[in-house]
Write a protein that binds this ligand. Sequence first.
Ligand SMILES: Nc1nc2c(ncn2[C@@H]2O[C@H](COP(=O)(O)OP(=O)(O)OP(=O)(O)O)[C@@H](O)[C@H]2O)c(=O)[nH]1
Length: 349
Amino acid sequence: MIPVIVLTGYLGAGKTSLLNCLLNRPGTRVGVIINDIGKVNVDTGLITGQIDAAESIAGGCVCCLSDSSPLDELLEKLAQPRLCLDAIIVEASGAADPLNVDRLLRFGKADGVRFGGIIDVIDAVEHEHTVDTSAMAPARFNATSMVVVNKLDRIAPEDRDMVLARISGRIREINPQVAIVPASHAAIDPELVFDIAMDEDPVNELPLAAASRTHHDHAHAAHANAVTVRCPEAADAGAVLDLLEHPPGAAYRIKGHVKLRTDRGTQRYLVNMVGRQIHFAEATAHSDPADDALVAVGMGLDETVVGAALATALEPARQDPSPRNLTRLERRLILSSNAGDETKDNEFA
Ligand SMILES: Nc1nc2c(ncn2[C@@H]2O[C@H](COP(=O)(O)OP(=O)(O)OP(=O)(O)O)[C@@H](O)[C@H]2O)c(=O)[nH]1
């Protein structure tokens, strides 16, 4: 039976980064299922590690599936003996609720696989403004076998222990036994993850988890939605930077590949905005220019307003960028290529 390990975590917390870290473990054959809420599967283009088999569910959130059959179908495809996989990793969308994912997998009917646990990734900077905002600690930790507290590089060194202790304390209010792993750039020891999938029986069957599954009513839970706008031609660098620096409506996460007009002609870039964190980089090697698009995700997003803002920003550029906008673009690229880039930009915001 092949273990199925699920990566969950709020929008932009670092799930794809963690997946890339896990895929770099030599000697392990890993199959991957990527779930992107946007219509273009951006995350598939972001995978840098070696994948032995991949499937995707785009255009919706896996936790909203009314039954497990679409997921079962993909899991069975990956469980075929000829693929000889050691593990399957499902990267859930940033909107997925671990409690629903847990239920879906436990009641799943796929042959040849077993549930190997849920790993929830936390953005240490944004967690207390996004996920943990109520008096009660978030119920999602009931369903998790491991929590990776990521982006600690974005917290001032003298505050790191305090923030980690505070976040860990809240997690343990709900799930005292869960493993909590601090990380920057989602760099954790992959053995920790493959270890949790070792036992024949699922390891995260806590009494609290069962209770929460009974009480959880997904129909009433707030959920994110997404807008996708394609970028078939080179857009204006200034317009795209303005969009990222002043995101429209409730857009908390904007990501994708774009073509921009520059002084060197059309260049392709990978764009990542999470909360106040903006990351700009050369396009990834696996990405397909035909899929260039921006996806905006947020809770209760006004799709018309946000879609219009994305479409305006991605309009084909009519002229070369101004020197000021070229400098802005260069600055973003330099900041993004340095380790801890956003900390400098945001002053440990
Ligand atoms: N500074 C810093 N940036 C990080 C860290 N982890 C991830 N990032 C950046 O945060 C952005 C989002 O990271 P992803 O790994 O794509 O996050 P995700 O959870 O897969 O995002 P969604 O699937 O869209 O919800 C990217 O620009 C990453 O480079 C970290 O520990 N520190």
